[in-house]
Write a protein that binds this ligand. Sequence first.
Ligand SMILES: [Zn+2]
Length: 462
Amino acid sequence: MKGHNSEGSCVYGLCGGTFHKTTAPSRSLSRPGQLTRNDARAGTFGFGSTPSVVLDYTLPYETPIDILHNAAEGIYSTIMSELLPNSRNHPRKSDLFQCDHSIHSKLCESVFVPLQYKITRMSSGSEKITVSAELSVVWLIRSFQYFRMNCGLAALVNPSLKPYARLSILSLMLITNQLYSNSSKGDKFFEHMTSAARWTLETASKTYMTTKVHELVSHLPEVITMFGNVACLSTFSFEHFYKYCLKGFNAQKTKGFSESALKRVFLHSAVRREIRNRLEYYPSKTITDFLKVTPQWDIMKVNWKSRILQLKPEDAVPEIKNVELFSVLNLPYGKLTSTYKKEYPSDIFFGKTSSGFHSCFRFVGVGIKDQNTIVLAERIRSINPALQFPLVQKEIEEMAHPANTYGSNVLFHLKRYSGLVHGRCSGEMEVLNINDIKGLGAYLRHGDATYYLQVNGAFVHN
Ligand SMILES: [Zn+2]
């Protein structure tokens, strides 16, 4: 529909350019409500000559950004392919992301991520080329997770990355990690992060500003003000489902289309609900066998196993004396395994301290005390703020205006954002209530400290 995205506007603003957009005032501020409807009727401010009926019901800027599509199919995939050695099939838009590929790949591979996010061979790029169209959604989701965790943490320390490329990757990865975790952030977080990403990309080449990228880096803050966490509204995870519901239909079919498609939606939802009910109230062998091969249909449960026979003296605290502890904890959003179970554990999580602060922890064990499920964990503390993110800090000091302003904003939020900790294990043991765990962590060891990143915690499907 012209006016929603034309040479004179985008969905959200009066932004020019057909293929590569330039940011202009947003429509909700400059042409609010009735003014936009008048524009549509008059065919002005980006609208075409035929007014659209949909404007009687809703306005173009009242649209959430599907951030996972915009990011995964937009700038995330562009950056990932430009970080790889250049090829004739994928010419770079600029030399911004040119770096020593082997260093970056090695750093990405050394990032530890929780089991459900583990991806191999992603940085080789071969997977994208050989993957079938049907698997492309799965590939996009995996590539999205890889960018926000592995590639994002690697960008903090890769010395071969150009300073503007680093700012660009860090601001973009922080945006989606915040939406995935709901971790607390500083004022104007989305404004500062999107401006830094937009400026670094636009400075390198205007051709980065495709519609998907433009919407993300120019309009995300106002969309979040309007709708809250838009990642929860993404259609990404439902893509398989709606493809199944529309299977076998052709675009010309108009008669009975919605009846037929909706029948599949209702049938599929009813079958899922019935299986869950039976599992809960009549868990027959047939149902439990069925769930063994379809574990994703199982009800999310909290449970634990693997008893810890003897706690090390450094892990013991008086509060858990005589409490039986276990080293594996299954949570609806992931699994924690401590060093008592595995040499290479999956034990980093973020949660609330007894004094109410959002903090990072190393999981040791879980047990029952006074009818409460408690977790024994070691606190991970940040290093001295003046020494945090040294590479970013050093590069910003060498930048001229306006780059140093964008850079300082990114650094401020890296330090202020509670879902990212540049720190190390403190030796302080704490006892938490299980409900105080908010999300699992990924990490990258570098030098004598580690970068810990909260990877989930918000209600986002993936
Ligand atoms: Zn726009």
